[in-house]
Design a binder for this molecule. Structure first.
Ligand SMILES: *Cc1c(COP(=O)(O)O)cnc(C)c1O
Length: 395
């Protein structure tokens, strides 16, 4: 089986798995307990906090453990909204292609009286910093722009955006779930006030993540209860999961450059191979994208059929985000970069990991070619395109 859906989730690394099992077995004490076993668990937490902070250039005190990326996103937005309300500022800037954890949380804030401006991301899948700057108003309380997109992998000009936000005194949050552990990040150098991350996107376990909140930003609770996480996130800590997350992140960060260089070679081999298929297009900028991300649209076919047939050939891929599969709507990300409905429906996302070989890449290319040709052979849309009653959109 060939796993090419690492943007949906990753396999746990052996190191993370062993760390998790060890702590489930040995460090089962409650970190709030005062006896030795509890204090041992507490130490494990604080060690993990140091590790995580180190990787993104933060202070350990600025890290809050959460149940994952969605929770971190929600807590960040709630925090910004509370601060905005206090200051009489109710305008938020974001982008049209954020993850649903952001878009749906923003929708709730709109119902609570906030006004949201969603920036265009253009055909290349990139936000224009000058457009962002132009959208800032005196009542803007937050800018939230994802670090790297989960569907098309485009990497945003985060440092520039951070600089603009700093200049205008606006809080800046980034959903960095796809970026952490994969590309270098430094929250101080990039002027990031809040950052969300999730362990299962970098070979850690599911159900654990963290929110970085810059010192001086007063964080709001999403979950009320005990005094865990300095009173900002109640609930007995997922000690084993947090330790495994830190182990996975340290490991990924330690070999980030080599992994990225290897993946980029394979990614580009995959892109070149798929480009040979007639009437298709790569979604998002070819260079400013995550090392392992490939996303194509093929004219005249349905992405869902493509996926099922690829599954039959042992290839696990996606048509976009795992969150939209099962729904008939085309991806909001592809619509945001200007793909029309028909074309957006024929999408394929392949997110490769380190374990993939050149032979695997060639097998994927060959399989996609076969399946696209087969699906087109009985597609009414393709027939219309071929006999000229409909015009091709993709070259
Ligand atoms: C996966 C993902 C999330 C959600 O993270 P969970 O840990 O699954 O809640 C949020 N944002 C982005 C960009 C993601 O890729």
């Amino acid at each position: 089986m060939l796993y090419a859906d690492n943007a949906a989730t990753t396999k746990m690394s052996q190191t993370a798995l062993e760390t998790m099992i060890r702590h489930l077995n040995e460090t089962y004490g409650n970190p709030s307990s005062l006896y030795t076993l509890g204090q041992k668990a507490k130490e494990v937490l604080e060690e993990a906090r140091k590790t995580v902070a180190g990787v993104i250039g933060a202070d350990p005190k600025e890290i809050y453990f959460t149940s994952g990326g969605s929770e971190a996103d929600n807590q960040a937005l709630l925090t910004a909204a509370a601060l905005g309300k206090k200051a009489g500022k109710r305008h938020i800037i974001s982008t049209a292609f954020e993850h649903h954890a952001i878009l749906h949380a923003l929708r709730r804030l709109e119902r609570d009286g906030f006004e949201v401006t969603l920036l265009d991301v253009h055909e290349d899948g990139l936000v224009r910093p000058e457009e962002l700057e132009a959208a800032i108003r005196p009542d803007t309380c937050l800018v939230t722009v994802m670090y790297a997109n989960n569907e098309i992998g485009t990497i945003q000009p985060i440092a520039e955006i951070g600089e603009i936000c700093k200049t205008h005194g606006v809080l800046f949050h980034t959903d960095a779930v796809q970026a952490v552990g994969h590309i270098p990040i430094n929250v101080k150098a990039e002027h990031i006030d809040m950052l969300s991350s999730s362990a299962h996107k970098f070979h850690g376990p599911k159900g654990v993540g963290f929110l970085y909140v810059r010192k001086g930003v007063r964080i709001t609770n999403l979950i009320e209860g005990g005094a865990q996480e300095r009173g900002k996130r109640a609930g007995t800590e997922n000690v084993a999961g947090i330790a495994a997350m830190a182990a996975a992140l340290a490991e990924s960060a330690g070999k980030m450059d080599e992994t990225a260089a290897e993946l980029i070679k394979k990614r580009d081999r995959l892109i070149e191979g798929l480009r040979q298929i007639p009437h298709c297009a790569l979604n998002g900028d070819a260079r400013r994208r995550l090392p392992g991300n490939v996303n194509f649209c093929f004219e005249g076919i349905e992405g869902e059929s493509l996926l099922l047939l690829l599954d039959g050939k042992g290839i696990q891929a996606s048509s976009g985000s795992a969150c939209t599969s099962g729904s008939l709507d085309p991806s909001h990300v592809l619509l945001a970069i200007g793909r029309i409905h028909d074309v957006a429906h024929g999408s394929l996302r392949l997110t490769i990991g380190e374990d993939i070989t050149d032979e695997d890449i060639d097998y994927i290319v060959q399989s996609v070619q076969e399946v696209v040709t087969y699906l087109r052979s009985f597609s009414p849309v393709w027939r219309d395109l071929q006999n000229g009653t409909r015009e091709y959109i993709l070259p």
